[in-house]
Design a protein around this ligand. Structure first.
Ligand code: ADP
Length: 481
Protein backbone atom coordinates (compact mmCIF):
# COMPACT_ATOMS: atom_id res chain seq x y z
CA UNK A 1 0.00 0.00 0.00
CA UNK A 2 1.49 3.37 -0.93
CA UNK A 3 2.20 6.01 1.66
CA UNK A 4 -0.16 8.49 -0.04
CA UNK A 5 -3.07 6.10 0.33
CA UNK A 6 -2.46 5.57 4.04
CA UNK A 7 -2.70 9.31 4.85
CA UNK A 8 -5.74 10.09 7.01
CA UNK A 9 -6.28 13.77 6.32
CA UNK A 10 -7.72 14.71 9.76
CA UNK A 11 -4.28 13.76 11.07
CA UNK A 12 -2.38 15.96 8.63
CA UNK A 13 -0.61 19.10 9.77
CA UNK A 14 -2.43 21.16 7.11
CA UNK A 15 -5.80 20.08 8.49
CA UNK A 16 -4.82 20.83 12.08
CA UNK A 17 -3.35 24.23 11.18
CA UNK A 18 -6.55 25.07 9.29
CA UNK A 19 -8.62 23.96 12.26
CA UNK A 20 -6.57 26.12 14.65
CA UNK A 21 -6.78 29.03 12.26
CA UNK A 22 -10.58 28.66 12.03
CA UNK A 23 -10.90 28.19 15.79
CA UNK A 24 -8.84 31.27 16.66
CA UNK A 25 -10.74 33.29 14.07
CA UNK A 26 -14.12 32.13 15.39
CA UNK A 27 -13.09 32.75 18.98
CA UNK A 28 -11.81 36.27 18.31
CA UNK A 29 -14.93 37.06 16.26
CA UNK A 30 -17.07 35.75 19.13
CA UNK A 31 -15.26 38.03 21.59
CA UNK A 32 -15.66 40.97 19.17
CA UNK A 33 -19.37 40.17 18.88
CA UNK A 34 -19.89 40.07 22.65
CA UNK A 35 -18.01 43.36 22.99
CA UNK A 36 -19.97 45.17 20.25
CA UNK A 37 -23.24 43.69 21.38
CA UNK A 38 -22.65 44.93 24.93
CA UNK A 39 -21.57 48.36 23.67
CA UNK A 40 -24.60 48.78 21.42
CA UNK A 41 -27.06 47.55 24.06
CA UNK A 42 -25.49 49.88 26.65
CA UNK A 43 -25.58 52.91 24.33
CA UNK A 44 -29.20 52.27 23.39
CA UNK A 45 -30.23 51.94 27.03
CA UNK A 46 -28.40 55.10 28.01
CA UNK A 47 -30.07 57.01 25.20
CA UNK A 48 -33.49 55.72 26.28
CA UNK A 49 -32.81 56.49 29.95
CA UNK A 50 -31.85 60.05 29.16
CA UNK A 51 -35.03 60.46 27.09
CA UNK A 52 -37.17 59.10 29.94
CA UNK A 53 -35.36 61.27 32.47
CA UNK A 54 -35.87 64.31 30.20
CA UNK A 55 -39.58 63.57 30.05
CA UNK A 56 -39.82 63.41 33.87
CA UNK A 57 -37.96 66.73 34.06
CA UNK A 58 -40.49 68.23 31.63
CA UNK A 59 -43.38 67.10 33.86
CA UNK A 60 -41.57 68.48 36.83
CA UNK A 61 -41.34 71.90 35.13
CA UNK A 62 -45.06 71.81 34.20
CA UNK A 63 -45.96 70.81 37.76
CA UNK A 64 -43.95 73.67 39.21
CA UNK A 65 -45.29 76.26 36.80
CA UNK A 66 -48.86 75.14 36.11
CA UNK A 67 -49.84 72.58 38.74
CA UNK A 68 -50.89 68.95 38.86
CA UNK A 69 -53.92 69.33 36.58
CA UNK A 70 -51.72 70.47 33.71
CA UNK A 71 -49.39 67.56 34.29
CA UNK A 72 -52.34 65.14 34.05
CA UNK A 73 -53.46 66.58 30.71
CA UNK A 74 -49.84 66.66 29.44
CA UNK A 75 -49.54 62.98 30.33
CA UNK A 76 -52.63 62.13 28.26
CA UNK A 77 -51.54 64.23 25.28
CA UNK A 78 -48.00 62.73 25.32
CA UNK A 79 -49.22 59.12 25.43
CA UNK A 80 -51.70 59.67 22.62
CA UNK A 81 -49.11 61.46 20.49
CA UNK A 82 -46.46 58.73 20.91
CA UNK A 83 -48.93 55.85 20.78
CA UNK A 84 -50.51 54.09 23.72
CA UNK A 85 -48.67 50.88 22.93
CA UNK A 86 -45.37 52.76 22.88
CA UNK A 87 -45.43 54.73 26.10
CA UNK A 88 -47.37 54.94 29.35
CA UNK A 89 -47.42 57.28 32.35
CA UNK A 90 -48.60 56.90 35.91
CA UNK A 91 -48.71 59.51 38.63
CA UNK A 92 -48.23 58.06 42.13
CA UNK A 93 -48.51 59.11 45.73
CA UNK A 94 -45.35 58.71 47.77
CA UNK A 95 -46.95 55.54 49.18
CA UNK A 96 -46.77 54.00 45.71
CA UNK A 97 -50.47 54.15 44.98
CA UNK A 98 -51.46 55.44 41.51
CA UNK A 99 -53.91 58.29 41.33
CA UNK A 100 -53.75 59.09 37.62
CA UNK A 101 -52.45 57.39 34.46
CA UNK A 102 -52.57 57.25 30.67
CA UNK A 103 -54.56 54.45 28.98
CA UNK A 104 -53.11 51.31 30.64
CA UNK A 105 -55.11 48.63 28.80
CA UNK A 106 -51.96 47.50 26.92
CA UNK A 107 -49.77 47.67 30.06
CA UNK A 108 -52.08 45.97 32.55
CA UNK A 109 -49.47 43.53 33.75
CA UNK A 110 -47.00 46.23 34.70
CA UNK A 111 -47.09 46.92 38.40
CA UNK A 112 -45.50 49.55 40.60
CA UNK A 113 -42.09 49.03 42.10
CA UNK A 114 -42.67 50.30 45.63
CA UNK A 115 -39.04 49.88 46.58
CA UNK A 116 -38.09 52.24 43.76
CA UNK A 117 -40.65 54.79 44.93
CA UNK A 118 -39.32 54.48 48.49
CA UNK A 119 -35.76 55.13 47.34
CA UNK A 120 -36.90 58.32 45.62
CA UNK A 121 -38.98 59.51 48.52
CA UNK A 122 -36.18 58.86 50.97
CA UNK A 123 -33.86 60.86 48.72
CA UNK A 124 -31.54 57.92 48.00
CA UNK A 125 -31.89 58.41 44.23
CA UNK A 126 -33.06 61.03 41.75
CA UNK A 127 -34.10 58.53 39.09
CA UNK A 128 -34.68 54.78 39.30
CA UNK A 129 -34.71 52.62 36.16
CA UNK A 130 -35.71 49.03 35.53
CA UNK A 131 -36.32 46.76 32.55
CA UNK A 132 -39.29 44.42 32.59
CA UNK A 133 -40.19 41.53 30.35
CA UNK A 134 -43.86 41.34 29.57
CA UNK A 135 -45.11 37.74 29.60
CA UNK A 136 -46.23 36.54 26.15
CA UNK A 137 -44.68 39.52 24.34
CA UNK A 138 -41.30 39.53 22.56
CA UNK A 139 -40.35 43.11 23.43
CA UNK A 140 -39.40 44.49 26.81
CA UNK A 141 -40.20 47.75 28.52
CA UNK A 142 -37.87 50.26 30.18
CA UNK A 143 -39.37 51.99 33.19
CA UNK A 144 -38.18 55.18 34.92
CA UNK A 145 -39.31 56.63 38.25
CA UNK A 146 -38.79 60.23 39.31
CA UNK A 147 -40.28 62.85 41.65
CA UNK A 148 -41.96 65.64 39.70
CA UNK A 149 -43.18 67.70 42.64
CA UNK A 150 -44.03 67.61 46.29
CA UNK A 151 -45.84 64.34 46.98
CA UNK A 152 -46.02 63.26 43.32
CA UNK A 153 -43.95 60.51 41.73
CA UNK A 154 -44.06 59.81 37.99
CA UNK A 155 -43.68 56.31 36.54
CA UNK A 156 -42.84 56.28 32.83
CA UNK A 157 -42.67 53.17 30.65
CA UNK A 158 -41.30 52.98 27.13
CA UNK A 159 -41.53 49.96 24.83
CA UNK A 160 -38.06 48.78 23.78
CA UNK A 161 -39.46 47.21 20.62
CA UNK A 162 -37.42 49.33 18.18
CA UNK A 163 -34.19 48.64 20.12
CA UNK A 164 -34.98 44.92 20.23
CA UNK A 165 -35.61 44.91 16.47
CA UNK A 166 -32.37 46.81 15.89
CA UNK A 167 -30.39 44.36 18.02
CA UNK A 168 -32.04 41.36 16.32
CA UNK A 169 -31.06 42.76 12.90
CA UNK A 170 -27.54 43.39 14.20
CA UNK A 171 -27.30 39.78 15.45
CA UNK A 172 -28.60 38.39 12.15
CA UNK A 173 -26.22 40.45 10.03
CA UNK A 174 -23.35 39.61 12.35
CA UNK A 175 -23.99 35.85 12.24
CA UNK A 176 -24.42 35.84 8.45
CA UNK A 177 -21.23 37.84 7.92
CA UNK A 178 -19.38 35.70 10.46
CA UNK A 179 -20.48 32.44 8.81
CA UNK A 180 -19.25 33.68 5.43
CA UNK A 181 -16.02 34.96 6.99
CA UNK A 182 -15.39 31.70 8.89
CA UNK A 183 -15.81 29.66 5.69
CA UNK A 184 -13.45 32.07 3.90
CA UNK A 185 -11.03 31.94 6.85
CA UNK A 186 -11.00 28.12 6.72
CA UNK A 187 -10.35 28.25 2.96
CA UNK A 188 -7.58 30.82 3.35
CA UNK A 189 -6.17 28.87 6.32
CA UNK A 190 -6.13 25.64 4.30
CA UNK A 191 -4.46 27.41 1.36
CA UNK A 192 -1.83 29.05 3.58
CA UNK A 193 -1.12 25.83 5.49
CA UNK A 194 -0.70 23.92 2.21
CA UNK A 195 1.57 26.66 0.86
CA UNK A 196 3.67 26.72 4.00
CA UNK A 197 3.98 22.93 3.97
CA UNK A 198 4.53 22.55 0.22
CA UNK A 199 8.28 22.36 0.86
CA UNK A 200 7.82 19.51 3.32
CA UNK A 201 5.72 17.73 0.70
CA UNK A 202 8.47 18.19 -1.88
CA UNK A 203 10.91 16.53 0.55
CA UNK A 204 8.40 13.68 1.13
CA UNK A 205 7.84 13.22 -2.61
CA UNK A 206 11.56 13.04 -3.24
CA UNK A 207 12.05 10.58 -0.37
CA UNK A 208 9.29 8.39 -1.83
CA UNK A 209 10.77 8.51 -5.35
CA UNK A 210 14.14 7.53 -3.95
CA UNK A 211 12.84 4.37 -2.38
CA UNK A 212 10.96 3.58 -5.59
CA UNK A 213 13.65 4.31 -8.14
CA UNK A 214 17.13 5.67 -7.61
CA UNK A 215 19.24 7.72 -5.26
CA UNK A 216 19.92 10.42 -7.84
CA UNK A 217 16.79 12.45 -7.02
CA UNK A 218 17.14 15.73 -5.11
CA UNK A 219 14.65 18.12 -3.53
CA UNK A 220 14.46 21.27 -5.68
CA UNK A 221 15.67 24.31 -3.73
CA UNK A 222 13.43 27.31 -4.32
CA UNK A 223 13.21 30.49 -2.29
CA UNK A 224 10.26 29.37 -0.17
CA UNK A 225 10.60 29.58 3.56
CA UNK A 226 13.92 29.72 5.33
CA UNK A 227 13.15 26.65 7.50
CA UNK A 228 11.91 24.51 4.59
CA UNK A 229 14.90 25.44 2.43
CA UNK A 230 17.25 24.51 5.26
CA UNK A 231 15.43 21.17 5.57
CA UNK A 232 15.71 20.59 1.79
CA UNK A 233 19.45 21.44 1.77
CA UNK A 234 20.11 19.16 4.76
CA UNK A 235 18.06 16.39 3.17
CA UNK A 236 19.97 16.72 -0.12
CA UNK A 237 23.31 16.69 1.72
CA UNK A 238 22.24 13.51 3.51
CA UNK A 239 21.29 12.00 0.14
CA UNK A 240 24.71 12.93 -1.28
CA UNK A 241 26.35 11.05 1.56
CA UNK A 242 24.03 8.02 1.24
CA UNK A 243 24.54 7.94 -2.55
CA UNK A 244 28.34 8.00 -2.10
CA UNK A 245 28.11 5.29 0.55
CA UNK A 246 25.89 3.03 -1.56
CA UNK A 247 28.06 3.59 -4.64
CA UNK A 248 31.11 2.71 -2.49
CA UNK A 249 29.49 -0.49 -1.23
CA UNK A 250 28.45 -1.48 -4.78
CA UNK A 251 31.91 -0.74 -6.12
CA UNK A 252 33.45 -2.79 -3.34
CA UNK A 253 31.03 -5.67 -4.08
CA UNK A 254 31.86 -5.48 -7.79
CA UNK A 255 35.58 -5.39 -7.09
CA UNK A 256 35.36 -8.39 -4.77
CA UNK A 257 33.27 -10.25 -7.36
CA UNK A 258 35.76 -9.32 -10.07
CA UNK A 259 38.79 -10.30 -7.98
CA UNK A 260 37.19 -13.60 -6.96
CA UNK A 261 36.55 -14.61 -10.54
CA UNK A 262 40.14 -15.58 -11.41
CA UNK A 263 40.95 -17.59 -8.24
CA UNK A 264 37.64 -19.46 -8.50
CA UNK A 265 38.30 -20.17 -12.18
CA UNK A 266 41.80 -21.44 -11.23
CA UNK A 267 40.39 -23.71 -8.48
CA UNK A 268 37.91 -25.05 -11.02
CA UNK A 269 40.73 -25.67 -13.52
CA UNK A 270 42.74 -27.53 -10.89
CA UNK A 271 39.75 -29.66 -9.93
CA UNK A 272 39.20 -30.45 -13.61
CA UNK A 273 42.86 -31.42 -14.02
CA UNK A 274 42.66 -33.60 -10.95
CA UNK A 275 39.52 -35.29 -12.31
CA UNK A 276 41.18 -35.80 -15.72
CA UNK A 277 44.26 -37.33 -14.05
CA UNK A 278 42.04 -39.99 -12.39
CA UNK A 279 40.45 -42.41 -11.97
CA UNK A 280 41.77 -42.77 -8.43
CA UNK A 281 41.68 -45.85 -6.30
CA UNK A 282 39.69 -43.91 -3.77
CA UNK A 283 36.49 -42.91 -5.61
CA UNK A 284 35.81 -40.27 -2.92
CA UNK A 285 38.56 -38.17 -4.52
CA UNK A 286 36.73 -38.22 -7.87
CA UNK A 287 33.49 -37.18 -6.18
CA UNK A 288 35.30 -34.38 -4.30
CA UNK A 289 36.83 -33.02 -7.49
CA UNK A 290 33.44 -33.19 -9.23
CA UNK A 291 31.61 -31.34 -6.45
CA UNK A 292 34.41 -28.73 -6.32
CA UNK A 293 33.80 -28.09 -10.02
CA UNK A 294 30.05 -27.85 -9.36
CA UNK A 295 30.46 -25.39 -6.48
CA UNK A 296 32.94 -23.33 -8.52
CA UNK A 297 30.38 -23.18 -11.34
CA UNK A 298 27.75 -21.95 -8.90
CA UNK A 299 30.13 -19.33 -7.53
CA UNK A 300 31.16 -18.21 -11.03
CA UNK A 301 27.50 -17.99 -12.01
CA UNK A 302 26.81 -15.76 -8.97
CA UNK A 303 29.83 -13.59 -9.67
CA UNK A 304 28.87 -13.20 -13.32
CA UNK A 305 25.28 -12.35 -12.40
CA UNK A 306 26.46 -9.73 -9.88
CA UNK A 307 28.74 -8.16 -12.47
CA UNK A 308 25.95 -8.28 -15.03
CA UNK A 309 23.54 -6.51 -12.64
CA UNK A 310 26.10 -3.77 -11.99
CA UNK A 311 26.72 -3.35 -15.70
CA UNK A 312 22.99 -3.30 -16.46
CA UNK A 313 22.39 -0.81 -13.62
CA UNK A 314 24.85 1.50 -15.35
CA UNK A 315 22.65 1.35 -18.50
CA UNK A 316 22.52 -0.56 -21.76
CA UNK A 317 24.95 0.62 -24.41
CA UNK A 318 23.30 1.98 -27.56
CA UNK A 319 25.21 -0.51 -29.70
CA UNK A 320 23.41 -3.40 -28.06
CA UNK A 321 19.96 -1.89 -28.56
CA UNK A 322 18.05 -3.38 -31.44
CA UNK A 323 14.43 -4.18 -32.34
CA UNK A 324 13.63 -7.43 -30.52
CA UNK A 325 10.56 -9.56 -31.15
CA UNK A 326 9.79 -10.26 -27.50
CA UNK A 327 7.11 -12.77 -28.54
CA UNK A 328 9.88 -14.89 -30.07
CA UNK A 329 11.92 -14.55 -26.86
CA UNK A 330 8.92 -15.85 -24.89
CA UNK A 331 8.38 -18.80 -27.27
CA UNK A 332 12.09 -19.67 -27.13
CA UNK A 333 11.98 -19.62 -23.31
CA UNK A 334 9.01 -21.98 -23.40
CA UNK A 335 10.81 -24.40 -25.73
CA UNK A 336 13.92 -24.26 -23.55
CA UNK A 337 12.11 -24.86 -20.26
CA UNK A 338 9.38 -27.33 -21.30
CA UNK A 339 11.53 -30.41 -20.52
CA UNK A 340 12.44 -29.08 -17.07
CA UNK A 341 8.79 -28.20 -16.36
CA UNK A 342 7.56 -31.61 -17.49
CA UNK A 343 10.17 -33.32 -15.34
CA UNK A 344 8.70 -31.42 -12.39
CA UNK A 345 5.13 -32.41 -13.31
CA UNK A 346 4.21 -28.90 -14.53
CA UNK A 347 2.40 -27.64 -17.62
CA UNK A 348 4.17 -24.74 -19.30
CA UNK A 349 2.25 -22.71 -21.92
CA UNK A 350 2.97 -19.57 -23.91
CA UNK A 351 0.44 -17.18 -25.42
CA UNK A 352 1.87 -14.47 -27.66
CA UNK A 353 1.03 -12.79 -30.97
CA UNK A 354 3.41 -13.38 -33.88
CA UNK A 355 5.24 -10.13 -33.47
CA UNK A 356 5.58 -7.78 -30.52
CA UNK A 357 8.54 -5.50 -30.99
CA UNK A 358 10.53 -3.74 -28.29
CA UNK A 359 13.83 -1.94 -28.51
CA UNK A 360 16.36 -3.70 -26.31
CA UNK A 361 19.37 -5.83 -25.64
CA UNK A 362 18.40 -9.33 -26.83
CA UNK A 363 20.77 -11.14 -24.50
CA UNK A 364 19.55 -9.27 -21.40
CA UNK A 365 15.89 -9.71 -22.30
CA UNK A 366 16.43 -13.46 -22.81
CA UNK A 367 18.15 -13.64 -19.45
CA UNK A 368 15.33 -11.77 -17.66
CA UNK A 369 12.72 -14.00 -19.27
CA UNK A 370 14.69 -17.14 -18.37
CA UNK A 371 15.00 -15.99 -14.74
CA UNK A 372 11.24 -15.48 -14.40
CA UNK A 373 10.37 -18.84 -15.97
CA UNK A 374 13.11 -20.62 -14.01
CA UNK A 375 11.74 -19.16 -10.73
CA UNK A 376 8.18 -20.16 -11.64
CA UNK A 377 9.34 -23.76 -12.19
CA UNK A 378 11.45 -23.76 -9.01
CA UNK A 379 8.66 -22.46 -6.79
CA UNK A 380 5.69 -24.39 -8.19
CA UNK A 381 5.07 -27.87 -6.81
CA UNK A 382 3.52 -30.56 -9.05
CA UNK A 383 0.90 -30.67 -10.40
CA UNK A 384 0.95 -27.03 -11.46
CA UNK A 385 0.71 -24.65 -14.37
CA UNK A 386 2.92 -21.88 -15.66
CA UNK A 387 1.64 -19.46 -18.27
CA UNK A 388 3.90 -17.13 -20.21
CA UNK A 389 2.09 -14.37 -22.08
CA UNK A 390 3.09 -11.39 -24.15
CA UNK A 391 0.74 -8.66 -25.26
CA UNK A 392 0.23 -4.96 -25.77
CA UNK A 393 -1.15 -3.13 -22.75
CA UNK A 394 -4.93 -2.80 -22.96
CA UNK A 395 -5.01 0.86 -21.88
CA UNK A 396 -1.80 2.02 -23.55
CA UNK A 397 -1.06 0.26 -26.82
CA UNK A 398 2.51 1.63 -26.86
CA UNK A 399 3.34 -0.47 -23.81
CA UNK A 400 4.11 -4.17 -23.83
CA UNK A 401 3.44 -6.56 -20.96
CA UNK A 402 5.40 -9.78 -20.61
CA UNK A 403 4.04 -11.91 -17.80
CA UNK A 404 4.83 -15.20 -16.16
CA UNK A 405 2.06 -16.63 -14.01
CA UNK A 406 2.39 -19.71 -11.86
CA UNK A 407 0.20 -21.68 -9.50
CA UNK A 408 3.05 -22.11 -7.03
CA UNK A 409 3.80 -21.41 -3.38
CA UNK A 410 3.36 -17.63 -3.70
CA UNK A 411 5.10 -14.93 -1.66
CA UNK A 412 4.04 -13.50 1.70
CA UNK A 413 3.06 -9.82 1.94
CA UNK A 414 6.04 -9.15 4.27
CA UNK A 415 8.51 -10.51 1.73
CA UNK A 416 7.04 -8.88 -1.38
CA UNK A 417 8.76 -5.48 -0.95
CA UNK A 418 12.17 -7.17 -0.64
CA UNK A 419 12.24 -9.81 -3.36
CA UNK A 420 13.96 -7.52 -5.88
CA UNK A 421 16.80 -6.75 -3.45
CA UNK A 422 20.13 -8.42 -4.07
CA UNK A 423 20.64 -11.71 -2.22
CA UNK A 424 17.15 -11.66 -0.71
CA UNK A 425 15.52 -15.08 -0.48
CA UNK A 426 12.23 -15.88 1.24
CA UNK A 427 12.59 -18.25 4.18
CA UNK A 428 10.27 -20.77 2.56
CA UNK A 429 12.55 -21.13 -0.49
CA UNK A 430 15.87 -21.61 1.30
CA UNK A 431 15.69 -25.36 0.66
CA UNK A 432 15.66 -24.65 -3.10
CA UNK A 433 18.86 -23.82 -4.98
CA UNK A 434 19.31 -20.16 -5.73
CA UNK A 435 21.39 -17.07 -5.09
CA UNK A 436 18.79 -14.36 -4.53
CA UNK A 437 20.12 -12.47 -7.56
CA UNK A 438 17.68 -13.56 -10.28
CA UNK A 439 14.96 -10.99 -9.65
CA UNK A 440 17.52 -8.21 -9.05
CA UNK A 441 18.77 -8.86 -12.54
CA UNK A 442 15.21 -8.87 -13.94
CA UNK A 443 14.59 -5.48 -12.31
CA UNK A 444 17.93 -4.07 -13.52
CA UNK A 445 17.10 -5.23 -17.08
CA UNK A 446 13.60 -3.70 -16.91
CA UNK A 447 14.95 -0.37 -15.65
CA UNK A 448 17.78 -0.33 -18.18
CA UNK A 449 15.08 -0.58 -20.85
CA UNK A 450 13.07 2.27 -19.32
CA UNK A 451 10.50 -0.17 -17.96
CA UNK A 452 9.67 -1.85 -14.68
CA UNK A 453 8.69 -5.17 -13.20
CA UNK A 454 5.91 -5.81 -10.73
CA UNK A 455 4.47 -8.76 -8.90
CA UNK A 456 1.11 -9.87 -7.58
CA UNK A 457 1.29 -12.89 -5.33
CA UNK A 458 -0.64 -14.74 -2.70
CA UNK A 459 0.83 -17.47 -0.52
CA UNK A 460 -0.41 -20.89 -1.58
CA UNK A 461 -2.12 -19.56 -4.73
CA UNK A 462 0.74 -18.50 -7.00
CA UNK A 463 2.48 -15.45 -8.38
CA UNK A 464 2.22 -13.21 -11.41
CA UNK A 465 5.37 -11.35 -12.48
CA UNK A 466 4.91 -8.73 -15.20
CA UNK A 467 7.60 -6.94 -17.11
CA UNK A 468 6.37 -3.61 -18.51
CA UNK A 469 8.36 -2.33 -21.49
CA UNK A 470 7.86 0.27 -24.19
CA UNK A 471 6.87 -1.26 -27.50
CA UNK A 472 8.11 -0.37 -30.97
CA UNK A 473 5.64 0.22 -33.82
CA UNK A 474 5.50 -2.84 -36.05
CA UNK A 475 7.53 -2.53 -39.22
CA UNK A 476 5.06 -2.65 -42.14
CA UNK A 477 6.35 -5.10 -44.72
CA UNK A 478 5.36 -4.62 -48.32
CA UNK A 479 3.70 -7.86 -49.61
CA UNK A 480 5.64 -7.40 -52.89
CA UNK A 481 9.02 -7.48 -51.08
P1 ADP B 1 16.52 -17.13 -6.21
O1 ADP B 1 17.82 -17.44 -6.83
O2 ADP B 1 16.49 -17.43 -4.75
O3 ADP B 1 15.38 -17.70 -6.94
P2 ADP B 1 15.48 -14.59 -7.02
O4 ADP B 1 16.07 -13.22 -6.90
O5 ADP B 1 15.15 -15.07 -8.36
O6 ADP B 1 16.45 -15.55 -6.23
O7 ADP B 1 14.18 -14.60 -6.15
C1 ADP B 1 14.21 -14.06 -4.84
C2 ADP B 1 13.22 -14.79 -3.96
O8 ADP B 1 11.88 -14.49 -4.38
C3 ADP B 1 13.30 -16.28 -4.06
O9 ADP B 1 14.26 -16.79 -3.17
C4 ADP B 1 11.89 -16.76 -3.74
O10 ADP B 1 11.76 -16.84 -2.35
C5 ADP B 1 11.04 -15.63 -4.23
N1 ADP B 1 10.44 -15.93 -5.55
C6 ADP B 1 10.87 -15.52 -6.75
N2 ADP B 1 10.04 -15.98 -7.72
C7 ADP B 1 9.06 -16.67 -7.11
C8 ADP B 1 7.91 -17.38 -7.56
N3 ADP B 1 7.58 -17.45 -8.86
N4 ADP B 1 7.12 -17.96 -6.64
C9 ADP B 1 7.43 -17.88 -5.31
N5 ADP B 1 8.50 -17.23 -4.83
C10 ADP B 1 9.32 -16.63 -5.71
Amino acid sequence: MSFARTIRWPHTLSFRLTLWYGLIFTLSSGIAFVFFYGLIAHTLRQRLDSQLSGKISEFEAIFNLQGLQEVKSAVLIESQAAGEKKIFFRLLYPSGVAFSSSNMSYWQTIGINRAAVRRLVEGRAVRVYETLTIPGRPDRVRIAYGIIGRGVVAQLGYSMESDTTFIAIFKKIFFLTMSALIVTALGVGWFMARRALSGVEAVTRTARKISDTDLGQRVPIMARHEEIDRLAVTFNQMLDRIEKLVAGIREMGDNIAHDLKSPVARIRGMAEMSLAAGPYDNCEDDALAASTIEECDRLLEMINTMLMISKTDAGVSETHMQPVNIADVARAAKTLFVPLAEDGGLTLTCTAPDTVLVSGDLRLLQRAMANLVDNAIKYTPAPGTIEISVDHDKTNKEKVNISVKDSGIGIGADDLPNIFNRFFRCDQSRATNGSGLGLSLVQAVAQAHGGCVDVVSEPGRGSLFTLHLSGLPEIQTNPGD
